[in-house]
Design a protein around this ligand. Structure first.
Ligand SMILES: Cc1cc2nc3c(=O)[nH]c(=O)nc-3n(C[C@H](O)[C@H](O)[C@H](O)COP(=O)(O)OP(=O)(O)OC[C@H]3O[C@@H](n4cnc5c(N)ncnc54)[C@H](O)[C@@H]3O)c2cc1C
Length: 438
């Protein structure tokens, strides 16, 4: 049976099955999974919807602990956001720590910071334990596009150093930032040696391979279409048949419309776009492996191991994606790197990521047997694998910071089922206009 296209996919995002390959797909070894998983008509301790970082990491932890677990993925493995993102491994969450202190108090803000730091240790442990070679290197610059954002970023860096004991930050003035990144368009910035860049598809495939080795069943092109909670567990209707499980993990990020209304109300999908240049002969980013800037519609970029510039810039909040992604992103690239305005672009692609109204992940137990973690709002490379691991620990009754992160404030998007998308589009478009003001 062919996977159905949900109303959501018809109405709000292009079908991810048809997305262009990212440069990552041609620079990564193919997966070598065990023989095809057996028929879906089995009963599992846990079933996971979505084979991105969240779902695969949860599956890995569960399988390693001896639980019977299956992941279902509606598209080809690696085609999700986790396999086609900017690869920036950022510190903390999408807000500075002062924001957390104001909203949840100084002590809880310390706990939030420690969760993100623990996610870094989890990343390193994963790479080491499963021997994943994913081009991970540290040295990320947060570059300021205005005087006011420079002042804010550098004050935040001082606050993190003094109050949180985080010693990895160095303030950069205009010349130092220009030297680090090879562009003088920024006012300055902050270099973070605890953050970095990774080849996300190599990391995802490494985790998938490890989950497969540990015994997880992986069903590709298998779409969850309906969930029924029974007195003993869950029944999930898919295009391959009905699967039964004791527990269900929703790891579909912003793509769960029609599957669960609670997640739908809080996590919405947006499109983000990237290009890869040909390898650049001159050394163009001497003091960093990647960067993101302070714009609302953020520019983010990394230097690959073979000296390409991977550049992300431009977002879409509607289903109408740019017909020519390379030209769409090149305009933003040319503003940051005028010297590369006409450079050869070898790959151009887009992806779908989930955002929440507060830009904080939505991590909850939403019923007796269903848990969710989604909506990392652009910080999922570091957080999603760690939060997947946390979901698994909840099922296994192991200690984890779940009780703290499930209290992070994530209201519904305003507007209800029908007005959420128009209101989101209007609001985000307004903020993106502010980026253009001096
Ligand atoms: C272009 C781009 C650039 C980005 N850059 C960065 C960055 O530099 N740094 C950073 O930290 N974050 C970045 N992100 C965000 C990051 O990629 C995500 O936060 C993260 O990958 C989310 O992981 P996930 O596992 O929750 O979701 P995903 O990786 O999206 O995986 C969810 C999977 O669930 C599947 N699914 C959904 N519904 C169903 C269903 N009904 N049945 C079966 N399967 C289903 C989907 O097909 C998908 O494969 C970027 C995202 C994009 C798109």
């Amino acid at each position: 049976m062919k996977p159905v296209t949900t109303d959501f996919q018809k109405s709000h995002v292009p079908n991810a099955a048809n997305l262009n390959n990212a440069w990552y797909h041609v620079s990564c070894q193919k997966l070598n999974l065990r023989e095809k998983a057996p028929s879906v008509n089995a009963a599992y301790d846990a079933l996971i919807i979505g084979a991105g970082f969240t779902g695969v990491s949860a599956a890995l932890k569960l399988a390693k602990s001896g639980a019977s677990v299956a992941i279902i993925e509606q598209h080809a493995l690696g085609n999700c956001a986790s396999g086609r993102n900017g690869g920036l491994v950022c510190s903390g969450f999408r807000h500075d720590q002062k924001w957390f202190e104001d909203k949840i108090g100084a002590l809880a803000a310390q706990d939030v910071w420690q969760v993100a730091e623990a996610a870094k240790a989890h990343l390193r442990a994963n790479l080491h334990e499963h021997k994943i070679e994913a081009d991970f290197e540290t040295g990320l610059v947060f570059a300021a596009h205005s005087k006011s954002t420079l002042d804010w970023a550098q004050k935040d860096a001082e606050h993190l150093t003094k109050q949180y004991g985080y010693k990895a930050l160095t303030n950069l003035d205009n010349a130092e930032c220009a030297n680090a990144l090879g562009t003088d368009v920024y006012w300055g910035g902050v270099r973070d040696d605890g953050a970095g860049r990774i080849h996300p598809l190599k990391y995802l495939f490494g985790l998938l391979q490890a989950a497969d080795n540990a015994g997880a069943h992986i069903f590709e092109k298998c779409q969850a279409q309906k969930i029924v909670e029974t007195s003993t567990g869950i029944e999930i209707t898919t295009n391959m048949g009905v699967i039964k499980a004791k527990k269900l993990l929703l790891c579909g990020d912003g793509q769960l419309e029609g599957i669960n209304s609670q997640v739908e109300a809080k996590v919405m999908p947006i499109g983000s776009f990237m290009i890869a240049t040909k390898p650049i002969e001159d050394e163009f980013m001497r003091g960093a492996v990647g960067a993101m800037d302070t714009k609302f519609v953020v520019n983010y970029f990394q230097r690959t191991r073979d000296n390409r510039l991977l550049f992300g810039g431009g977002e879409k909040y509607t289903p109408h994606w740019p017909k020519d992604i390379a030209s769409f992103v090149r305009k933003n690239l040319a503003k940051i790197y005028p010297q590369f305005a006409d450079i050869e672009i070898t790959h151009a692609w887009g992806g779908i990521l989930g955002i929440t109204p507060t830009r904080l992940p939505f991590v909850r137990q939403i019923s007796n047997n269903i848990l969710v973690s989604a909506g990392y709002s652009g910080q999922g490379v570091l957080l999603a694998p760690f939060f997947g691991d946390i979901l698994a620990k909840v099922i296994l009754s192991e200690k984890s910071p779940f009780a703290m992160i499930d209290k992070l404030p994530v209201p519904d998007f305003p507007g209800g089922k029908f007005m959420r998308f128009p209101l989101l589009t209007a609001a985000l478009s307004y903020y993106s206009i502010l980026d253009k003001l001096p």
